[in-house]
Design a protein around this ligand. Sequence first.
Ligand code: MLT
Ligand code: ZN
Length: 466
Amino acid sequence: MDPVDPDRLARQLGAVVGDAHVLTDPALRASYETDFTGRYGGRARLVVRPADTAQVAQTLRLCRDAGAPVLPQGGNTGLVGGSVPAGAGTEVVLSLRRLNAIGPIDPDARQVTVGAGTALAELQRRVRPHGWDFGVDLASRDSATLGGMIATNAGGERVVRHGTTRANVAGVEAVLADGSVLDRLAGLPKDNTGYDLTGLLVGSEGTLAVITRARLRLVPELPERVTALLALGSLASAVGVLAVLRRLESLELAEFFTADGLDLVLKHARLPAPFRTGHPVYLLVECAARHDPAEELAALLEEAGVAGEVRDAAVGRQASDRRRLAAYRERHTESVNAEGVPLKLDVTVPLADLPQFVADLPGLLAGRARPYVFGHLAEGNVHVNLLGVAPADEEPVTEAVLRRVAEAGGSISAEHGIGRAKSRYLHLTRSATDIAVMRSVKAALDPEHLLSPHTLLPLPPGEAGR
Ligand code: MLT
Ligand code: ZN
């Protein structure tokens, strides 16, 4: 920070974005400085809210000249500490929320260009009336922004059908640390002209560039939907039922949760119990098609002989009924938060190992945490939410769970990213060669290590001056 004039950068940025969009007052900065769970947070030097790509570029040039680290932030719904400051007042939070323009739908290309600050729900409201949809959907749709979703390669609830965000992005525009603008918005379906720079930035967690706009692929909005909440005897049974349901082309969602998690949701979200009695495991599935997929769903369960596995079922076809059933799964995050500040470990395990992984958790935790597990069954994506972990146990508990994941051939981050939370465990599921290549890319694009400096690839202690 300029020791002679600490306010100089704020004044310079104010001249670019307008003084009203440079927040230095602690009360105005506060919501940008703490994450959704309350686990991660720190003081920002200031928050800057540019309105367009040119202002982002000027902002980055000024910050580089001042040697100020920059933390790009979208809807601040991240869960690994990657979107909030880590330092005590050194980082500039660059909020992209004002870049929220949505361009016209291009029906020939099945694409649309959006500003990075566009909230997912806003995009859905814009494209659905025209018969289109975005393939990625998440519980945090009202706040999560497309820029943040791209930066973290968000997954969510519909990966089983449409893939992660990566598969749904045709191109990006981004500003590099030196203020130059990378324009890959053409969205050409065929373009073999060298490195895939869009692909490089998807999932880069704000460490390589600041995404300002994106060209998104659209999928047809399917009017006929059926949602079913299935009560099951075990996770193994859920995996077996899902293996059968995967034959359905219309399968769009397959989410699981357990009795403990449902109890928290009933308590904090104040929802009525879905069934007269409780069951060990629940599988929420949704099918979407041009023509009613409900009969196909029921027939398949019968035909494959797994209907007997299902102890009880609630089925919704109207939007309000479908939302009511989905809430039992989608409201897990806020209900866990209402109970305490969770230690969240978002992991992938091979599906065949998932029941055993969950069964092993109590042994791994050895009474040091209360686990709540839920997630996206089709991808073996388990959200291990741990409550009641003493500060001294956080590291050993994290290490025990992530090592078990690595031994099973899984991934220490399924969809939330590495952020600040898991950088020290990256070596568990990425090789030394992988990490060296990633560090070279980081050094090439951000040689002064100013972008999201504490995320994913922080400098080793000693080199980290910020
Ligand atoms: C979810 O699937 O609900 C999200 O990834 C959030 C969470 O893990 O809490
Ligand atoms: Zn999730």
